[in-house]
Unconditional design. Sequence first.
Length: 356
Amino acid sequence: MATQSIKSKSQEEKPIGVIGAGNFGTVIANILAIHGPVILYGRNEEAVIKMNLERENRGHPLHENIRAVSNLATIARECDVIFPMVPSAHFREMMRNLSAYLQPYHILIHGTKGFDITLPEGETIESIDKLSRKQVKTMSEVIREESVVVRIGCLAGPNLAKELSQRQPAATVIASPFDEVIQIGKKLLRNDRFQVYENKDIVGVEIAGVLKNIIAIASGALSGLGYGENAKGLLVSRGAVEMVYLGRALGGDVKAFLGVAGIGDLVTTCNSPMSRNFTVGYRLAKGEKLPDILNDMAEIAEGVNTVRIAKKCADFYKIRALITDRLYKVLFEGMTVEEALDFLMRFPLSADIDFI
């Protein structure tokens, strides 16, 4: 019994790993650090040294329990539970680099809201017309493909980094088919200002978190045009319906889109200038060009690439996704925001809700 007690204690004292020292990764590291030691991984060695010396990153003070490193092997060696917070464009590469150090006992709970796509050799996202679900992967599926890790979870919800850093009331969802992962995630993250809900449909929660970024871009565009709350309410409600149809075609359950990670996240990102995707739409409506907007942003707006992927998935599955389709034309085919809005307002629709 004594040996078992000592073992349990040593496991509890192990630090928690966070991979990705962007705004969200830093804020999650600070939340985790309330309960114990955290190792925060950043790719840039100079930035990591600076973090450890100045105890600050991207304007966020670092909790005293956080130690920054630039070595993935350190994270895997010292941490049993790891939270990857890496943009989807770099997620598979990160997992390939990390996988050499991972063991089946590791637990990974990611917080990335994007898709990974697999294309035939020589093809690009621009050169193909349609995408099937076999070619589109969520981050939990990437983890499974690239590593021996079995226990995988996802963190999703209305989690604007700035508000979390100010300890404003907020909530998130831990989704996983494993009860153990959910309970560990709740224990590590929950505090008096941060509520944590649970969901077994990890794929549905992942897809909801990805697709709402499309509607957030459209919402920013409406605000950029100067339209008010009636227009916003129309967009959010029709956007939620579109998310359900697309999400269901991609393998998610309707329930995932009606909770905190679906409607909750959708409402938040459609109403906040702090959302990168909202900002893209707002600036587009003001007449700026997409390449200029993206080059000017400090962090990736996942929704832009999601529009490409979702449009081609909708075409493959013959899903009527009007907002996604028009936004694709605005982003990549030269249509103006005004023209897209005019089309949507004129399109003959009748049923309000027909997916329940």
